[in-house]
Design a protein. Structure first.
Length: 406
């Protein structure tokens, strides 16, 4: 099977999917705006051929370049695992009459208002919501949802440009800040514990699923600088609330017509014991979640995704062995990393539960914490007992500190 991957070198986890797809038996072709020599070694390892284009986002020019590519083969699939490239991938599929999400189906995953409206009709518990294109429509939507509320772009990824609003005065300030965005969704604020529901599917069937816990919820993690966000991939998914989440996730996937590939859903468990849908993307999660899944089950989710695309099944049934936590660190101060405190102490205390860390080196400039969950680095650990895992993650939170300065 010949599979084209759009932008195979970015974001950071995509090269592992490229290699996994090749290991599963595909001939993997890549197209992107990065020169081949600048692609990560893992991506180059999986690619059979690569087409470098100067403007990846001009769909007509991209299709023409692909048609002129002198390769003696026929494309069987086109995939893009990056949120911003999903609509481009749909256009290429339609141009070459290939299976996968159409432009119309892609919009159900990209347009949060359409997504919610379709799921409302299917009986999925959504937050109350309204689409707004003008200031007056935003204020009318706020009357419908009530305070507190969430306001976010119709099309976006993660929690970028997403705000929690507690009163009309705060809403007025945020409306001004968001005037550069053409359409927004105003939603009921759901208070509860936030989880993911991530799947590898084939033919509309879920072949593998994983649930991760966010500590704190993603909006808080994206809004408050002085915390260390945690993501915990859970070992035991047998609790009734997770069974209810599975049923909801399966219904969401079926309703939106998703067939084959990776999905990433977020949902909430409220104090009233409600399971509430957050949103879903037709792509894998970021934030090193692929590695978290691998460490949870001691398997290769990247290859499993490739097997789903090529064979419609997985060669092995993953066994859930560990809870795996990643703790993201944000340096105190601004400028360049000057000092790291507590790393040796933390690694020693974790013992065999320590997996690895990846912190910015001394002298490196801090990343923009609002634009990347990875922040200034992370530490990863695992343990079969959830309580112990959370205690160790909190130890990393308290004891590992990075300092920055001018």
């Amino acid at each position: 099977m010949n599979i084209l991957i759009i932008q195979p070198g970015f974001p950071a986890e995509i090269p592992y999917f490229v290699r996994g797809l090749a290991q599963a038996g595909a001939r993997v072709l890549g197209v992107g705006d990065q020169p081949r020599g600048s692609l990560p070694a893992v991506a180059q390892e999986g690619l059979s051929a690569y087409l470098h284009v100067s403007n990846l986002w001009n769909a007509r020019a991209l299709v023409a370049a692909l048609r002129a590519w002198p390769l003696p083969l026929k494309l069987d699939r086109v995939e893009c695992l990056w949120e911003v490239g999903m609509e481009l991938a749909a256009l290429v599929r339609e141009a070459f009459k290939l299976p996968g999400l159409s432009r119309q189906a892609t919009q159900l995953f990209r347009d949060k208002d359409r997504m919610r409206s379709v799921l409302d009709l299917a009986g999925v518990r959504n937050p109350r919501h309204r689409l707004a294109k003008t200031d007056s429509e935003v204020f009318a939507a706020a009357q419908h949802t009530g305070f507190p509320l969430i306001i976010k772009p119709v099309s976006g990824a993660g929690s970028a440009n997403t705000y929690r609003i507690d009163d009309a005065q705060q809403l007025q300030r945020v409306v001004v800040a968001l005037r550069h965005i053409r359409e927004v969704v105003v939603e009921e604020f759901i208070k509860g514990t936030e989880y993911t529901f991530d799947t590898v599917c084939a033919g509309g069937e879920i072949l593998f699923h994983n649930i991760e816990l966010y500590r704190p919820d993603m909006l808080t993690a994206r809004s408050v600088e002085g915390i260390s966000p945690q993501t915990i991939s859970l070992r035991d998914l047998s609790a009734p609330v997770f069974e209810r989440a599975y049923a909801m996730g399966r219904k969401v996937i079926e309703t939106l017509g998703y067939r084959t590939g990776f999905t990433h859903m977020e949902w909430f468990h409220t104090e009233q014991d409600e399971v509430v849908f957050g949103e879903i993307a037709a792509r894998p999660p970021g934030g090193c979640s692929g590695e978290l899944m691998n460490r949870t089950c001691d398997f290769d989710v990247y290859r499993a995704w490739g097997e789903a695309l090529i064979h419609g099944r997985l060669s092995d049934k993953p066994e859930r062995l560990y809870n795996v936590a990643i703790v993201f660190k944000r340096a105190r101060g601004q400028g360049c990393i000057q000092r790291v405190k507590g790393l040796d102490k933390v690694v020693g205390a974790l013992g065999q539960s320590y997996l690895r860390h990846e912190l910015l080196p001394l002298g490196a400039r801090r990343r923009n914490w609002r634009q990347t969950l990875l922040s200034d680095g992370f530490l990863m650990l695992r343990h079969p007992d959830l309580k112990k895992t959370l205690e160790m993650a909190d130890l990393v939170d308290r004891e590992l500190v990075m300092f920055a300065g001018q």
